[in-house]
Write a protein that binds this ligand. Sequence first.
Ligand code: PMP
Length: 316
Amino acid sequence: MSVTAADASNAGAPAPEATAKKPERREPGKDQQLWLDGKFIPADQAHTSLTAHGLHYGTGVFEGIRSYATDEGGAAVFRLAEHMERMARGAEVLGLKFDPQQTFDAIVETLRINKQREAYVRPLTWYSGGGLGLDVGHLDSSTMVATMPWSSHLAGHAVRLTVSPWRRIPSASVPALKLAGNYVNSIIAKREASARGFGEALLVDAERNVVECTGENVFMVKNGKITAVEHKDALPGITRRTIIELTGASARYVGVDELFDADEVFLTGTSAEVVAVQVLDNKIFGDNPITRDLQACYERIIRGRDPDYRHWLTYI
Ligand code: PMP
């Protein structure tokens, strides 16, 4: 028996949509190719061992990346170099051999081969060797790239958010990077929020400072001023950095009570892009004009309509 790449491909792609809607299954189509350790293989023929270390202990590092159709009929990947740089940092923590330039090139090639423009890109590097001991030094590792059709499912949507009773893993225990095993924390928080009818969970620390959501960073707007929530336990989000660079937003620790008192709250993430929070537990937010402006600005940039930011795009 084996686990196919298609079974695994949906894991960890955060999508804070309302729970009433059954989430779409996102995976590479059977006629599509995956890149695995330097070779292309049909998506439905990829297998991994049932004793692969990564399967048992989450000893892998992944990225969530977006490619967008551009107006000229091509496609572009948003901030690919930054995603590779973050992935390399995660690989280093686990001692995984990882070549960021090779994976960068593999992503471009996989999108080309699959003729995908609006796509979600999922590279993963993991200990694929069998072995259940906790010493990983001698294990084989693999790197794969899957691309799958994707559209901006949150555009025009708003998130129903709830404060989670779960705590984010402290970065003093495990670094806030995209280590596969870390995502168990997000998954149980998301399950708990869903069970109470919310679409997304807000993780706070023991002092009730906001950390982040299960797959997004948090911003707030008060009296026209945009603040990026900062926290040592939060993933250094690339979309968050983008919004800070675009708006000059200040970054600081924010208590959850401040969020309840904000005029607007929005979340950022590669998958979520920029999305307004409609509800935070019993608080209902209004029209969110600043979030709407930022969504429009982000949209222009990711589609290459703003020449000042084309250096963030890798054209396919
Ligand atoms: N926090 C977590 C826990 C995430 O998984 C993500 C998605 N990668 C984010 C924040 C947002 O990061 P980015 O903007 O780089 O996608």
